[in-house]
Design a protein around this ligand. Structure first.
Ligand code: PAF
Length: 286
């Protein structure tokens, strides 16, 4: 793999790829890499002649400065891991803040109703920051395909909308959630969980799965209440929201009879660590 740190170096490598008609796939990350990231990378490796992975902890998407400070960073371990999976010609883009934001980004994106709910409601400004960095990265990397995990279900919807709004020539590829053997969705934040929190966290997905089997038997509101109380029976877990939404508009459903795919999306505080997860209420099994 080749490590590049500046926009200029990246542009040089990109021009070489273009000259050789090599289309590339892109996996943007904030580092602290785990099996979830590796699954996105493997997806690109099997689809694209060249894969570009970026590692950049984007300050503009953190609405809480403490959260930015606590965000796990382990560049050495990340590079060791990437060395094992990437091919000789694949690229790792490791920019500093000035490379991404030579001047402050004042753009405000209008995602309409998509960012007024769930993560958008509880983390104001978060998706604007995500759109700022991802649009800049797309502009610098110019990938054919870009890979995003379904764990960040709302982020995926926002990025698809951003690509549509800005008319960008990039294909967004959603990839499945990767879980620990006990069901906990893999996340860079999991390393910050204490012993008890780690023991109780798998209850989130276990409860989501049981909630799916209650669909149609109990009204939506009752299922929501049940999910919250069952998770909060664990002393280290506190639910920030649980919503069952239309998978395309992200607007909450009121009744199971409403047409279209439905997704249950949840954010839970496990002590001081904020975890998100989601499940389809329409597909047969997850
Ligand atoms: O999902 C993430 O890790 C980040 O939000 C992303 C897409 C890399 C942008 O910083």
């Amino acid at each position: 793999m080749i490590i590049v740190k500046t926009r200029k170096e990246l542009e040089e490598k990109r021009n070489i790829l273009k000259k050789n008609n090599l289309l590339h796939g892109f996996v943007p990350t904030m580092g602290a890499l785990h099996e979830g990231h590796l699954s996105l990378i493997r997806c690109s490796l099997s689809n694209d002649p060249v894969t570009v992975v970026s590692i950049f902890v984007n300050p503009t998407q953190f609405n809480d400065p403490e959260d930015l400070k606590k965000y796990p960073r382990n560049p050495e371990a990340d590079l060791n891991l990437l060395e094992k999976v990437l091919r000789t010609g694949d690229l790792v883009f490791l920019p500093g803040e000035k490379e991404i934001y030579p001047e402050p980004d004042h753009r405000i994106f209008d995602f309409g109703i998509l960012d007024k709910v769930m993560e958008g409601k509880f983390r104001p400004g978060h998706f604007n920051g995500v759109a700022q960095v991802v649009s800049r990265l797309f502009d610098m990397v110019q990938p054919r395909n870009a890979y995003f995990g379904l764990k960040d279900f709302q982020q995926l919807a926002i990025i698809k909308e951003m690509v549509r709004m800005l008319n960008l020539p990039v294909n967004i590829v959603p990839c499945p959630i990767i879980r620990e053997p006990d069901g906990l969705a893999m996340s860079s934040r999991n390393v910050n969980l204490g012993k008890k929190e780690r023991e109780e966290a798998p209850m989130i997905f276990r409860t989501l799965k049981e909630a799916v089997s209650q669909k149609g038997k109990l009204p939506v509101e009752k299922v929501k209440e049940w999910v919250i109380s069952r998770i909060e029976n664990n002393s280290s877990l506190k639910v920030e929201y649980f919503e069952v939404v239309h998978a395309d508009t992200l607007q909450p459903i009121l009744s199971w009879d409403e047409p279209g795919d439905k997704q249950g999306c949840i954010a839970v505080w496990a002590g001081k660590v904020r975890l998100i997860d989601n499940i389809s209420f329409s597909r047969k099994k997850e």
